[in-house]
Design a binder for this molecule. Structure first.
Ligand SMILES: [Zn+2]
Ligand SMILES: [Zn+2]
Length: 225
């Protein structure tokens, strides 16, 4: 089985991340992964309002581009993704690339459910990240069962109850089960989760198709590396 990290934060683009792009890629290579999706916090929660949308998008993709330039040297595939936020309710978005985001500044002005629907219409895979996560700044849970394709039922940085609730939610609403580590610290991460498949993931678009076709499965393991 080929393993893919689907939920990874890197420094400096994610301000809360502790590990650099290189440290993160070297760790996942050591752990035997075939690839990673760099899903930093998007400009809606992690941006710089003194900069234009275009400047923020260019900066946003700079960690992914650094990762892409290290692909051959380190020997691991690097893909892009995005973690968007709506008042602490988070969504992982796969498929659209930097060029797409540069063309679509209007997403910043859409209502949340309209934005999610638009992204899916544009070919994106939209996953609600850790829907039952507990944190001091989260006052209540917001669920969007009709505006996402899947749910992160295993978030390796979440508590057990939050993952159990997410699994029940995904089953009840027939949403695709998805998993990721939400790793902010490369090899210091205790538990690892992600998606695995028999066949190699060739691109972001290929990943979207494989997940939608049910060709990828969730996994979770302790970090023994
Ligand atoms: Zn973070
Ligand atoms: Zn995250």
């Amino acid at each position: 089985m080929l393993k893919y990290e689907t939920h990874l934060h890197t420094s400096p683009v994610s301000k809360c991340a502790k590990a650099s792009v290189r440290e993160s890629l070297e760790f996942y290579k050591k752990a035997g992964y075939a690839g990673v999706f760099i899903t930093n916090h998007f400009i809606d929660g992690n941006g710089d309002n003194s900069k234009t949308y275009e400047e923020q998008i260019r900066y946003y993709f700079s960690d992914y581009e650094e990762g892409k330039s290290l692909e051959k040297e380190i020997g691991i595939r690097v893909f892009s993704g995005v973690e968007m936020t709506y008042k602490g309710t988070d969504f992982l978005v796969y498929g659209p690339d930097k060029a797409w985001y540069l063309l679509h500044p209007e997403i910043m002005d859409m209502l949340q459910h309209e934005k999610l629907r638009f992204l899916m219409e544009q070919g994106a895979l939209v996953i609600q990240a850790h829907p039952f996560r507990e944190a001091s700044f989260i006052k209540y849970f917001r669920l969007f069962p009709y505006f996402v394709q899947g749910v992160e039922i295993i978030n390796a940085s979440n508590k057990e109850l939050a993952n159990q609730m997410a699994k029940q939610y995904a089953e009840g609403y027939n949403l695709i089960p998805f998993a990721g580590s939400d790793n902010h610290r490369a090899g210091e991460q205790k538990m690892l989760a992600g998606m695995e498949s028999e066949a190699e993931v060739l691109s972001e678009r290929d990943f979207v198709q494989k997940v939608l076709n049910g060709e990828m499965r969730v996994f979770c393991q302790e970090n023994i590396w």
